[in-house]
Design a protein around this ligand. Structure first.
Ligand SMILES: *Cc1c(COP(=O)(O)O)cnc(C)c1O
Length: 372
């Protein structure tokens, strides 16, 4: 069965973005594709497959279960697990050859113990918190952590951290964070150099001095700039191409008189006779209720405003000024139609959020099709 609502993913745009981002790094810097949250709504397994064909061999997910699913779907690259693991799940790291990014001594001990039991080694990276105040060892404890690894017979492949403000080119914060990060591991007694990775999309695009050995790209891979519209307007080459489109169809057209309240709470009252297209998409499909009376959709290549509250499965677009609209016509919620475009940054601006959340919400709540 199909749905009226469809998310369309463009593999060519994805591959283009990967190549474009690769061209922004120095030779030898490796790109990790962040495919957590089902690849920001674009489908983790499909995205990993498409990028694998483009030469990507590094993939990042949040949890062990995602890593297992990705491996079982045939991904042969290195899969990084960023949020640790339940101790019952430690064996999956070994059986599915997953690489944990570790941030507690307890997890190091558990890995060490399992390495001994299974007589096999695991690639392990260490996560440090250099200013995000989120996950990670404290850089001040670096010496101790490396010493602990040594006694546990764990040889860390590398260190990772995360920029809190890399999307803000005016902020001087990233230099401070990078400084702290690049000093970590001076205590490491290992001869093997540590792989260093701190950049997300903002780091890659706006902190070119901090790329290190490995850059972890998420939003830019899917065609958006981490600082939204600003990025798109300021960066002189408009290199990234949005990968996701979202469409629906009109299921009924109604005409109501002047002074008629529309949808729950009558938060919109018509000023004149109004023609409404009823659309079968609502907040349970990731079309946020907070953009009631703010959102616009594209019909016949023209912008039609959403009137009244967005319901769980429906909303109403005002098509009074658009000619020749019929039931069954395609409606673009995200993407282009004719000469008009609505991107995830604009949807974010209507709902007080960012492109990241828009893509996850629409992508993970609607049927996905892939262009060939
Ligand atoms: C999601 C994520 C990224 C990617 O961030 P973007 O801003 O989407 O590029 C990088 N690193 C880690 C650890 C992440 O969780």
């Amino acid at each position: 069965m199909t749905s009226f609502n469809k998310v369309i993913v463009d593999p060519a745009a994805l591959a283009h973005n990967y190549r474009y981002l690769l061209s922004k790094t120095a030779p030898g810097v490796r790109l990790m594709a962040m495919v957590k949250s089902d690849a920001y709504g674009h489908s983790m397994t499909r995205v990993a497959n498409i990028l694998g064909t483009s030469g990507c061999t590094l993939f990042g997910v949040a949890e062990v279960s995602e890593g297992v699913a990705l491996r079982e779907a045939g991904c042969s690259g290195e899969i990084f697990i960023f949020l640790g693991f339940d101790h019952f799940d430690v064996d999956y790291l070994f059986t599915h050859n997953l690489t944990p990014v570790v941030f507690t001594v307890e997890d190091l001990e558990r890995i060490s113990e399992t390495q001994r039991k299974r007589n096999s080694d695991l690639n392990v990276y260490l996560k440090f918190d250099c200013g995000m105040s989120r996950l990670g060892f404290s850089p001040a404890d670096g010496g101790e952590v490396f010493e602990r690894c040594r006694t546990l017979a764990i040889r860390p492949c590398g260190v990772m951290s995360h920029f809190p403000c890399s999307d803000d080119r005016q902020s001087g914060n990233s230099e401070l964070v990078a400084d702290t990060f690049y000093n970590i591991g001076s205590h490491s007694s290992s001869n093997q150099p540590l792989v260093r990775s701190i950049c997300n999309s903002g780091g890659l695009l706006y902190q070119p001095g901090s790329h290190g050995d490995m850059v972890r790209i998420g939003i830019s891979l899917y065609g958006y700039y981490p600082d939204g519209r600003e990025g798109r307007e300021d960066v002189f080459d408009q290199g990234l191409r949005p990968v996701m489109k979202c469409i629906t169809r009109i299921i009924q057209i109604r005409t109501v008189g002047a002074g008629t309240g529309i949808s729950y709470g009558h938060s919109y009252v018509t000023e004149r006779e109004t023609r409404l297209a009823v659309l079968p998409i609502g907040y349970s499909d990731g079309y946020f209720r907070t953009m009631s009376n703010k959102a616009e959709v594209l019909i016949q290549g023209r912008r039609a405003p959403i009137r009244g509250r967005i319901c769980m499965n429906m909303c109403m677009a005002d098509i009074s000024t658009i000619e020749n609209v019929a039931v069954g016509d395609e409606v673009v919620l995200l993407g282009s139609q004719g000469n008009e475009t609505i991107d995830a940054d604009e949807i974010g601006s209507w709902s007080d959020t960012i492109s990241y959340e828009v893509l996850c919400a629409l992508g993970n709540n609607n049927h996905r099709d892939f262009l060939i």
